[in-house]
Design a protein around this ligand. Structure first.
Ligand SMILES: O=c1[nH]c(=O)c2ncn([C@@H]3O[C@H](CO)[C@@H](O)[C@H]3O)c2[nH]1
Length: 322
């Protein structure tokens, strides 16, 4: 890669208030070039995720970026989806009832678009996955070379040795499609997981929100309108006076990996039972005397620490930039 050539990223997203923040931060990050958005259910159903993705790009004046619609069902074709609209509002964007976008998604499915771009720029595209991992798993199924051709998959997902946010076992994006997540983690692709163990340290406070309100940045102004619902959810659910910056942290891990530290090991996902969605990392500290479900599987990187003040500052700076 030539010096200073921006990293090509595709954001797989279910917007979502913190998704909107991550998308705006990406658009304001000269280190990366957003070459597409792909959509998925999670915070809202896929159809609404697509509408919101188009709307966010129109607001940003970036209708040059294609949106490819993703799966409406889980990788096992399950249609009973868990939708977290209680976190983001029924419209996914803070109950603002924005007008419908003018644009349309491209004809290609999200998985086909991911495969095409990975083949076009082998080893050069980073997928930043901010929702359940169905589209990424479908791309792996569609093209056995996808895991090798994709540069990196940076995903917001998992709760490594801490409680989840759906229940004590599971984080929402992994819980949304645990079978897809297990496929992605064991695919052999360069996977970097940013989980709740890290993102629960990255808090945007009331004081930060006041600064956003006072700034002239158009993204800051937009976000202040939609953030209320996200703040009240956090206040009720966690008794915090601030919100977790899950998706922006994962995005910034793709922009500047040195903001976090990582460990590496085999990650498996529980796909059934009361711990469905649990992510278990084998840290290689013990040689087990028997064959386990972690044996002979490719490894993934898992974030363990984060420079939270710098992440929050970067998010603020980029959103306030007008
Ligand atoms: O079901 C959810 N419960 C939450 O508390 C919550 N907080 C944020 N989110 C979204 O899911 C991912 C974090 O688990 C992020 O991508 C948020 O958009 C949540 N989803």
């Amino acid at each position: 890669m030539a010096v200073n050539e921006p990293k090509k990223i595709i954001i797989d997203t279910d917007p979502g208030i913190d998704d909107a923040m991550a998308i705006f931060v990406a658009l304001k990050s000269p280190e990366v070039e957003v070459i597409g958005l792909t959509t998925i259910y999670g915070n809202v159903y896929t159809t609404l995720a697509t509408r919101n993705a188009l709307h966010l790009l129109e607001f940003a004046g970036r209708t040059d970026i294609p949106v490819a619609e993703g799966s409406h069902v889980t990788i096992t074709q399950g249609t009973k989806l868990r939708i977290a609209d209680f976190v983001h509002g029924t419209d996914g964007l803070g109950n603002q009832n924005f007008p419908p976008p003018n644009g349309k998604p491209i004809e290609q499915s999200a998985a086909a678009f991911l495969v095409e771009q990975a083949n076009l720029y082998p080893g050069k595209v980073t997928v930043v996955a901010l929702g359940p991992l169905t589209n990424i798993a479908l791309a792996i199924k569609l093209d056995p070379a996808f895991a090798k051709n994709i540069g990196q998959i940076v995903l917001l997902g998992g709760a490594f040795a801490v409680n989840g946010n759906v229940n004590p076992a599971a984080e929402a994006n992994i819980f949304g499609d645990p079978d897809a997540a297990d496929m992605v983690f064991t695919s052999g692709a360069d996977v970097l997981a940013v989980g709740l163990n890290v993102t629960h340290q990255v808090v945007l406070t009331d004081a930060d929100r006041d600064k956003l309100t006072k700034s002239n940045g158009k993204f800051a102004q937009y976000l202040c309108k939609i953030l209320d619902v996200y703040f009240s959810y956090h206040h009720d659910a966690y008794s915090t006076k601030g919100v977790y910056l899950h998706d922006p942290t994962a995005l910034l891990a793709a922009v500047n990996p040195s903001l976090l530290t990582y460990t590496e090991g085999v990650v498996r996902v529980q796909t059934s039972g009361i711990t469905r969605g649990l992510t278990i990392l084998y840290n290689k500290q013990k040689r087990f005397g028997e064959v386990t479900e972690w044996c002979d599987k490719p490894t993934a990187k898992v974030a363990v620490t984060v420079d939270a003040p710098t992440v929050v500052n970067l998010v603020m700076e980029r959103l306030m930039d007008s």
